[in-house]
Write a protein that binds this ligand. Structure first.
Ligand SMILES: NC(=O)C1=CN([C@@H]2O[C@H](COP(=O)(O)OP(=O)(O)OC[C@H]3O[C@@H](n4cnc5c(N)ncnc54)[C@H](OP(=O)(O)O)[C@@H]3O)[C@@H](O)[C@H]2O)C=CC1
Ligand SMILES: O=C(O)[C@@H]1CCC=N1
Length: 268
């Protein structure tokens, strides 16, 4: 890892799916040296499995991770109190939390002395197509803030936002991959039902999603414009769109994002 904010050591408290989605590409790109990572998880079995799978130092003694000058906190919100209870008193480093909903104010209360960053990343970070929302506590030093932005920039796009917008950001970008995956699964099922082989149906679904997103972005189209572009009068797309509107898919998607944002606020 480069940059004065970090030295060469990174503590990781909770090495689950999100922490791995961030760390593995950073290690692969040589931006975080695997020898400088000290990770802790809850169970000995997970520690052994993760150490073997990724060649990282993974244990269950929290002191090893909290000794680093920068700590990535990536336990579940429900595991926060236990993780905080195991942190040594008198910390003075940089704490980057990715916990859904957990506010800077709560982090500062639980980890006195730590300069806190609330990050909202997503799992496409694993393939360096991520999105990260960031809010920094006022005491985060200028060079630390710059280092954090650079770090997340390496796995995708960074958006620094007022903290009040992070729950909505998370609902769209962090929960969003789950919503889109459900759509992808259902679209592929439809293609199989209509006669395509399963493997081809999944491949074509992924390419359709990626191509649609690329077209929307490249031509700066409103989604409604693209919908109209592919809908011939009395054609195939309108036949499908009528079914979607009848089933309330548009409203269901709106409510899904709103529900995820509300749940994030509850987890605070
Ligand atoms: N998954 C996602 O897409 C996103 C997740 N997030 C946030 O990231 C965080 C982690 O989520 P995710 O990676 O999915 O969860 P996981 O369940 O995959 O990972 C949680 C990790 O925390 C470890 N852990 C549990 N308790 C402790 C403890 N007391 N001390 C140290 N480690 C502990 C677990 O160890 P063990 O395996 O031994 O139980 C596990 O490694 C959550 O707060 C979530 O809100 C944010 C954005 C997106
Ligand atoms: O579902 C969750 O709670 C986590 C946070 C955002 C995505 N996954």
């Amino acid at each position: 890892m480069t940059g004065s904010a970090s030295g060469s050591r990174l503590g990781v408290v909770g090495l689950g799916r999100m922490a791995l989605a961030l760390l593995l590409p950073l290690i692969e790109a040589g931006l975080v040296p695997s020898a400088g990572v000290s990770a802790v998880v809850a169970s000995r079995a997970s520690a052994e499995r993760l150490a073997q799978a990724h060649g990282l130092q993974v244990g269950t003694d929290p002191a090893t991770a909290w000794a680093a000058p920068v700590v990535l906190l990536a336990v579940k919100p429900q595991q926060l109190e236990a993780a905080a209870a195991a942190a040594p008193a008198g910390g003075s480093g940089l704490l980057i939390s990715v916990l859904a909903g957990v506010t800077l104010e709560r982090l500062q209360g639980l980890f006195p002395g730590w300069r806190c960053v609330r990050a909202v990343p997503n799992t496409p970070s694993l393939v360096r197509c991520g999105l990260t929302g960031l809010a920094l506590a006022p005491d985060v030093r200028t060079e630390e803030g710059a280092w954090v932005r650079r770090l997340f920039d390496q796995v995708g796009e960074v958006h620094e936002l007022p903290e009040t917008q992070l729950d909505a950001f998370l609902a769209l970008t962090s929960s969003g991959p789950g919503f889109v995956a459900l759509l992808a699964e259902a679209l592929a099922d439809g293609a199989v039902a209509a006669g395509l082989p399963r493997q081809l149906a999944h491949h074509l679904t992924h390419r359709t999603l990626a191509g649609t997103a690329a077209l929307l972005e490249a031509k700066a189209l409103h989604p409604g414009q693209l919908k109209d572009m592919v809908s011939s009068p009395a054609g195939t797309t309108m036949a499908g769109l009528r079914q979607l509107e009848r089933a309330g898919v548009r409203s269901a998607l709106i409510e899904a994002v709103v529900a995820a944002a509300e749940r994030s606020r509850e987890l605070a």
